[in-house]
Design a protein around this ligand. Structure first.
Ligand SMILES: Nc1ncnc2c1ncn2[C@@H]1O[C@H](COP(=O)(O)OP(=O)(O)OP(=O)(O)O)[C@@H](O)[C@H]1O
Length: 690
């Protein structure tokens, strides 16, 4: 298969629409660094302090002590050299140098010990910081509006924040390296200044070109990585698709492996090119910096020789100056390299903290009214448009849904059914118009309290790698205990699934896990239905709830639906029109609008999209009964046209199996069909049917 990139077609790519990170990356410069470093160190210390103040305190004390030991060591070097170069016999000189030597060894040993302590504390603290950062991120993610996931900018910010959480642990080591370099610098600079005041400014001047070069190289590398971020993301998505079990059969049967691997290669080639360019530029800068630095260092050493030659500095002091110059030089390099690293980490952490602050710009900001189970959900002039979409997904929709009612949404693919169901559940908020629960707009309700009254079976239901029990209770067991779970299983057909599970409700539903067991698609759908039936919710939304079920399983669900509706408002979305005969009212959507509504018999009698769909589906099913395993008569025999007659007008009569829904009666606004109440007893009997 030809590559899209080769054919000139569109190519999947991730774009930083805000450009904020690119701008931030451009800030990796010496002046910005000098300005930002104290803030970054403060932040890393504050984060560490909030997690483990004793470890944090220990690290700070160790670094200060290490700096002091370094200064002591340099002084000891000076004392040792001075004693060794003094006049007198060698034994006398060694004896005089002895205390300085002991001090030198003691300082070195103490520094080594402090280094080990720092490494120990850092390795305890670092991973904790990342875990805490991840937890903060998880909390922030659950606090965003669902619509955030439809906004490309949000996903980009989320990924950047994830990277920030990942590198949070580096802040400890980088912060420590920086503090250690600073301590060394102060110690060395103090000694150097004491030896001769001109040496330190000279050294600082000599280090300047190298510092600029190293920071520039770090900036180039960061920006290159930033520009390749989208490609790295693509690679991880491709890796997941190629490696995951869900598509393994399709990759093989579709002989897609070379296409996918080729695509992977195409992206890695692009990353490699960018990396090579960045590496080359970085190396050129480093060479230039090293050349300038080399010349400047030669000047510093020449100055030391000149001081020595002109008698302005003793030999002992000159020896100490050699060590001090090395110490200060290393400390300066450590400051620059560590500074560039912590700047880079700081930029990622900025992404993380900005995400936590604003939840990627989509933090839920809703009301605090705590609702009860909704008695009536009213939709008025509802319009909803997905972010950056060209058209409204739902436009000008008005209707009322009451407790005890089953309302079916039907229509062609993309007509807005799922979107409307999510608006009813308060998962999305209207762009204009309103959705009210017992008179209160969904935006004014406390979201968690509202969703505790929603039971949702989406088209793509989650397959949690948890036990069967947790998969059904969603970690929120009712006071009825397992009895409630079994009752819900009996409704959904999951009772049959349970008998096949090794440890019953305690079985982990994930084959990859030790002791876990995998389920078939239909078995998983039964579990998803059990969740919804188990949940004591006032609004039940079923979006294609039986797509994966066998005919008997499907029959069981629809036979029990009326009984469920007794205490709930039910929204049913299905393309299988025989199933919507169970509904009190059917809303037909087309391009986001309600174009028809009424009972099943009314709609099959009325020219329009519903009748077209029904005629097509029924004719097909009549021609090939095997296409639909269950009889259309299960729900509303009166509504079904006789074979060969495309769309008959149904006669009003009670359904079999005791379903007493008066099918021909129009469910007008403000009016509830008597069916809901009357059907309960009979539907209960039906629920027992296999
Ligand atoms: N996350 C999204 N971002 C942008 N547009 C979307 C998104 N989800 C759906 N849409 C668009 O909104 C419209 C309605 O989609 P919706 O999923 O509500 O349709 P549907 O009637 O449930 O379709 P189906 O029968 O295929 O499930 C479609 O045009 C679709 O392309």
């Amino acid at each position: 298969m030809p590559d899209e990139a080769e054919t000139g077609g569109e190519e999947l790519q991730f774009v930083d629409r805000t450009g904020s990170r690119e701008r931030a990356g451009q800030q990796i410069r010496l002046a910005d660094m000098a300005r930002r470093l104290p803030r970054l160190v403060r932040r890393s210390v504050a984060l560490a302090w909030s997690i483990d103040r004793w470890a944090c305190l220990g690290l700070l004390v160790c670094q200060v002590a290490s700096g002091a030991m370094q200064a002591l060591g340099l002084l000891a070097v000076s004392g040792t050299i001075a004693a060794l170069l003094a006049g007198g016999d060698i034994y006398g000189r060694l004896l005089a140098a002895w205390p300085s030597l002991v001090m030198l060894a003691g300082a070195a040993a103490a520094r080594a010990l402090l280094g080990i302590t720092v490494a120990w504390l850092s390795s305890r603290l670092g991973p904790q910081m990342s875990r805490e950062a991840e937890l903060g991120l998880l909390r922030a993610v659950t606090e965003v509006e669902l619509s955030a996931y439809d906004a490309p900018g949000f996903n980009h910010r989320k990924e950047a924040a994830e990277r920030g959480a990942e590198v949070a642990q580096d802040l400890v080591t980088e912060g420590q390296d920086l503090i250690a370099s600073l301590a060394s610098l102060i110690a060395g600079a103090g000694v150097l200044t004491a030896l001769h005041p001109a040496l330190l400014p000279l050294l600082a001047l000599a280090s300047f070109p190298q510092a600029v070069a190293q920071i520039s190289a770090a900036r180039v590398r960061y920006l290159a990585r930033l520009r390749s971020n989208g490609d790295y993301r693509l690679l991880s998505i491709l890796r997941w698709h190629v490696g995951d079990r869900y598509a393994a059969d399709q990759i093989r049967a579709g002989t897609m492996s070379s296409f996918l691997v080729g695509r992977y290669r195409h992206i890695t080639d692009r990353i490699n090119r960018a990396d090579r360019r960045a590496a080359d530029t970085g190396a050129r800068m480093s060479v230039l910096g090293a050349l300038c630095g080399g010349v400047a260092s030669a000047a510093v050493w020449a100055a030391v020789v000149w001081l020595l030659a002109t008698g302005r500095m003793s030999v002992g002091h000159a020896g100490t100056a050699v060590f001090a110059l090395q110490t200060v030089g290393m400390a300066l390099r450590g400051l620059v390299v560590g500074g560039a690293r912590i700047m880079r980490t700081g930029l990622y952490m900025d992404d993380w903290s900005a995400f936590l602050r604003e939840a990627g710009g989509y933090r839920m900001n809703r009301g605090t009214t705590v609702p009860g189970p909704p008695q009536q959900i009213t939709v008025q002039d509802l319009v909803f448009r997905y972010e950056e979409a060209a058209n409204d997904a739902v436009r000008g929709v008005s209707f009322t849904l009451r407790r005890g009612e089953v309302v079916a949404l039907v229509g062609y693919n993309g007509s807005g059914k799922t979107t409307l169901a999510k608006l009813l559940s308060g998962l999305y908020l209207p762009t204009t118009g309103s959705v009210t629960w017992d008179g209160v707009p969904t935006g004014e309700l406390d979201p968690q309290a509202m969703w505790s009254h929603v039971a949702l079976v989406p088209q793509d239901y989650a397959r949690w790698p948890l036990t069967a029990r947790e998969n059904m209770t969603l970690g929120q067991p009712t006071s009825g205990g397992d009895a409630d779970i079994h009752a819900a299983c009996a409704r959904s057909g999951a009772d049959e699934v349970l008998t096949e599970l090794r440890s019953g409700l305690d079985t982990v539903l994930a084959r990859d896990w030790l002791g876990g067991q995998e389920l078939s698609g239909g078995q998983w759908q039964r579990i998803a239905l059990t969740r919804a039936f188990y949940r004591p919710a006032g609004l039940l939304v079923l979006d294609e709830p039986t797509a994966a079920l066998d005919p008997l399983g499907e029959h069981r669900i629809f036979a029990g639906l009326r009984q469920l509706a007794a205490t709930r408002a039910v929204v049913l979305i299905t393309h299988r029109l025989t199933n919507v005969a169970c509904a009190d009212r059917i809303l037909v959507l087309h391009k986001g609008r309600i174009v028809q509504q009424g009972t099943f018999p009314e709609l099959v009698a009325e020219p329009g999209p519903f009748r077209d769909l029904w005629a097509y589906q029924h004719t097909r099913e009549a021609a090939d009964p095997a296409a639909d395993g269950r009889s259309a008569d299960d729900c509303a025999p009166s509504a079904h046209p006789a074979p060969g007659v495309p769309v008959p007008v149904p006669a009003p009569q009670p359904a079999p199996h005791g379903d007493t829904v008066p099918r021909t009666r129009k469910s007008t606004e403000g009016e509830r069909t008597s069916a809901s109440a009357e059907a309960e007893t009979d539907a209960e009997a039906e629920a027992e049917a296999p």
